[in-house]
Design a protein around this ligand. Structure first.
Ligand SMILES: Cc1ncc(COP(=O)(O)O)c(C=O)c1O
Length: 443
C-alpha cells in the first residue's frame, strides 16, 4: 500500500469538498462518507481495492457499508448491467428479470413464500412493520435497544440511546434519534434488551395486546456484532406465537451470513424478513419476504388492500439484473469460503491484540468482524456502548488504518468480500498489529 504524502497545497479532494459544502448540508448526502478534515473522493474501484482521486489505492473492508459482496465492478455484474442499460433502466411496465430474481431469492429460504422489492433497507424494514400492523391490526412494534434498522421513525427509536437517557435496563426508555420525532411514535415503540430473555419477555408482556411484531436483527452491528442466542430467538418466536404477533427479522446486513440468511442457523423462521444491501449487486435495493398470508396484505388484487404498496423504482431491471447475477455467484460454496476467511481474520486479529497486549477484543460472525476497545466481548448495547475515551482510541486506529491503505467502517467494523484472499488479510493484520502498538499508550 502507498503511504499518504503530507501535502501543504490544497488536495483535489479538499477542493471538491469546499464546493460540496456550499450545496449540501455537511457537504454530503450520507454522513458515512465524512472524514475529517474532508472526505476522500473516489476515482475508481476494482475487486477489493479502491483508488481515490489523489491516486492512493486502499483495500476496502467497508464495501459500501456491507453492500458489495463481490467487491467493486465485478466483471459479470458489469457486463449484465451494461446490457440491461442499453435496453432501458426503468419502465411503467413489468420486466421478466423481476420474476427471475424473486424466484431465486425465494428458493434460498423455505420461509420466503413470497417477496416484494423496494429501494433500500430502510424501506424494507418500514414495509415489514407496516405489513405487520396491517396483518394484526395493531400499532406497536418492539425492537432491541441500540439496533440500527434505518431511518423510519419507529425503527430508529433508541438507536443512539446513551447512559444519560436510556433509563433502567429492565425498562429501557424509547429514546428518539431525530429532534421532533412525534411522541406518538415513541409511545408505539417498545424497547427490549438484546439476548436478555427474562427482561425482554416481561417488557413484551406489558404490551401483549398492542404489539404487531417484534423486530430483530440476529447479529446487530451497533449492539456489538454479536449473535442472538438460540434461546433468545426461540423465546421471542414463542412469545409472538402466544400473543398473535409477528416475528420480523432485519437481514439487511446479515443475509450474507448463510445461503438463506442468518435466520437459517436457528430452527424457527420469522414471519417476515427485511433484506437490502448486497442483494442489489451494488445498486440501491430492499426486499421483504415471508409468509404468504402475511405478504397478502399488499395484494392489490384483494377486495380490500390492507397495505397499499408501491415505489417508482422498485424492482427496476438494472437493480434486478445486478442483484440476480451477484446472488447467483454467492452460492453455498462462496458463502462457506468467505465465512472461513473471516473466521481466520477474527482469530488473527485476536492474536494481534494479544501480541500488542492491549485491552481490546474482536466480535463478529459470518463474513463480518468488529474490534472493540474493551477487554471482553460485549453482551448487549449498553455493554458495547463506545465511551468518549474509547471513541478517541478507535479514531486513532482508523486513521492509522486509512493512512496505511485500509478502509473500514467507523465503528471499527470490517466486511469481507468474496474477492479477498489471505493476502489482503495478511496486510490487514500486519497494519492492525502496528496500529495496536501505536494506540497502546491511549488506553
Ligand atoms: C441492519 C440494517 N437495517 C436497515 C438498514 C437501512 O438500510 P439502507 O441504508 O439501505 O436504508 C441498515 C443500513 O445500514 C442496516 O444495517
Amino acid at each position: 500500500m502507498q503511504q499518504q504524502n503530507k501535502k501543504t497545497t490544497v488536495s483535489a479532494s479538499e477542493a471538491l469538498y469546499a464546493r460540496a459544502l456550499d450545496v449540501m448540508p455537511g457537504g454530503c448526502s450520507r454522513n458515512t462518507v465524512l472524514k475529517k478534515p474532508h472526505p476522500l473522493y473516489v476515482a475508481h474501484g476494482e475487486g477489493c481495492y479502491v483508488t481515490d482521486i489523489e491516486g492512493i489505492k486502499r483495500i476496502d473492508f467497508a464495501n459500501n457499508m456491507a453492500s458489495l459482496i463481490h467487491g467493486h465492478a465485478h466483471p459479470e455484474v458489469v457486463a449484465a448491467v451494461t446490457a440491461q442499460l442499453q435496453k432501458g433502466s426503468a419502465f411503467t411496465l413489468a420486466t421478466e428479470v423481476e420474476i427471475d430474481y424473486a424466484e431465486h431469492l425465494c428458493s434460498r429460504n423455505n420461509g420466503f413464500d413470497q417477496l416484494r422489492f423496494v429501494n433500500s433497507g430502510t424501506e424494507a424494514v418500514m414495509s415489514c412493520l407496516k405489513a405487520a400492523r396491517a396483518f394484526t391490526g395493531r400499532a406497536k412494534i418492539a425492537k432491541v435497544e441500540g439496533a440500527y434498522h434505518g431511518l423510519y421513525d419507529y425503527a430508529e427509536v433508541s438507536q443512539t440511546a446513551n447512559p444519560k437517557n436510556w433509563g433502567d435496563a429492565s425498562n429501557p426508555v424509547s429514546v428518539p434519534v431525530s429532534h421532533g420525532t412525534p411522541a406518538s411514535a415513541l409511545n408505539d415503540v417498545v424497547v427490549i434488551p438484546f439476548n436478555d430473555i427474562g427482561r425482554s419477555i416481561s417488557i413484551l408482556d406489558q404490551h401483549a395486546d398492542e404489539l404487531a411484531c417484534v423486530l430483530l436483527d440476529l447479529i446487530p452491528h451497533r449492539v456489538g456484532l454479536i449473535e442472538a442466542s438460540q434461546d433468545y430467538v426461540h423465546a421471542l418466536h414463542q412469545w409472538t406465537r402466544d400473543n398473535q404477533a409477528l416475528l420480523v427479522c432485519d437481514e439487511v446486513i446479515t443475509f450474507r451470513s448463510k445461503y438463506g440468511g442468518a435466520q437459517t442457523g436457528y430452527d424457527v423462521l420469522p414471519d417476515l424478513t427485511a433484506m437490502g444491501k448486497m442483494i442489489g449487486g451494488g445498486f440501491p435495493v430492499g426486499a421483504l419476504a415471508g409468509r404468504r398470508d402475511v405478504m397478502d396484505v399488499m395484494n392489490p388484487l384483494a377486495d380490500k388492500v390492507l397495505f397499499p404498496h408501491s415505489g417508482t423504482f422498485s424492482a427496476n431491471p438494472v437493480t434486478m439484473t445486478a442483484g440476480l447475477v451477484s446472488m447467483e455467484h454467492f452460492d453455498n460454496a462462496a458463502v462457506e469460503a468467505i465465512n472461513r476467511l473471516a473466521e481466520v481474520t477474527r482469530s488473527r486479529i485476536s492474536e494481534a491484540i494479544a501480541l500488542a497486549d492491549i485491552p481490546a477484543c474482536v466480535t463478529g460472525s459470518g463474513s463480518m468482524f468488529r474490534i472493540h476497545m474493551k477487554p471482553e466481548a460485549p453482551i448487549n448495547y449498553r455493554d458495547a456502548f463506545v465511551s468518549p475515551e474509547e471513541a478517541k482510541i478507535i479514531k486513532a486506529l482508523l486513521d492509522h488504518l486509512f493512512d496505511n491503505g485500509i478502509i473500514m467502517i467507523g465503528t471499527c467494523t470490517g466486511m469481507l468480500s468474496t474477492v479477498m484472499t489471505e493476502r489482503e488479510i495478511d496486510i490487514l493484520c500486519d497494519v492492525l498489529l502496528a496500529g495496536f502498538r501505536k494506540i497502546k499508550p491511549l488506553f
